[in-house]
Write a protein that binds this ligand. Structure first.
Ligand SMILES: Nc1nc2c(c(=O)[nH]1)N[C@H]1C(S)=C(S)[C@@H](COP(=O)(O)O)O[C@H]1N2
Ligand SMILES: [Mo]
Length: 201
């Protein structure tokens, strides 16, 4: 049992193949963030999309909930070395919002804006992947406050700090801008298969 949790050699081959270098498996769902869990009022909540787009907009909670829905099945990997396999999310594909906004040709990056000033950045090639989800549901139930309720981004192909909890906005940029952890020395690209943990990796 402990071998399994620690990524020891008793993992079956498929599990080992899915576990990036330097990661161990957990069955739990750890809670990790800087600061406190924000209290969010859905009556005043909005999601804003702005920057290098043709049609900036803001969505109220009912407007967001009325968009077409999608599910994503993904393994998640935190830079602090835990990985959780087979997580199930439901929400709205980020591509739906990209189509609504109409990216300008000059748009190349996005900065996710969350409650309390948390930010994290991605290039558009990563954001626009078809597995990137604006998730309001985890494992068939509404997202728990500590996991980002009412809405978080899920970016399965990057370390999990690139998935902002309590998301409130997407700002499209022509030039890259480091987010909260990226400014503190985390790797700008954060590809777990390449172990891009810190900026000097
Ligand atoms: N708004 C916000 N989002 C955040 C963070 C944060 O501090 N604030 N931490 C990130 C990190 S480092 C991780 S590992 C995941 C953790 O998500 P979880 O608590 O749902 O496991 O959230 C990410 N999103
Ligand atoms: Mo993390």
């Amino acid at each position: 049992m402990l071998d399994r949790l620690r990524g020891g050699r008793h993992l079956d081959e498929e599990t080992r193949r899915r576990l990036p270098p330097g990661q161990y498996l957990t069955e739990k769902f750890p809670v990790l963030h800087y600061g406190s869990v924000p209290r969010v009022d859905l009556a005043t909540w909005d999601l804003r999309v702005w920057g290098a787009v043709e049609h900036p907009f803001r969505l109220s909670w009912p407007e967001f909930r009325a968009l077409p829905r999608k599910t994503v099945h993904a393994d998640i990997h935190c830079v602090t070395r835990w990985s959780k396999l087979d997580t199930d999310w439901e929400g709205v594909a980020v591509r739906t919002l990209l189509e609504m906004a109409g990216l300008r040709p000059s748009a190349r990056f996005v900065l996710q804006h969350a409650e309390q000033g948390y930010t994290t950045n991605l290039p558009l090639e990563v954001l626009g992947d078809d597995d990137v989800l604006l998730a309001d549901t985890f494992g068939g139930r509404p997202l728990e406050p500590e996991h980002g309720a009412p809405l978080r981004l899920v970016v399965p192909k990057r370390y999990f700090w690139k998935s902002a909890k309590w998301l409130r906005g997407l700002e499209f940029l022509e030039r890259d801008a480091p987010g909260f952890w990226e400014r503190y020395g985390y790797h700008n690209n954060a590809d777990f298969w390449k172990e891009e943990r810190f900026s000097d990796d």
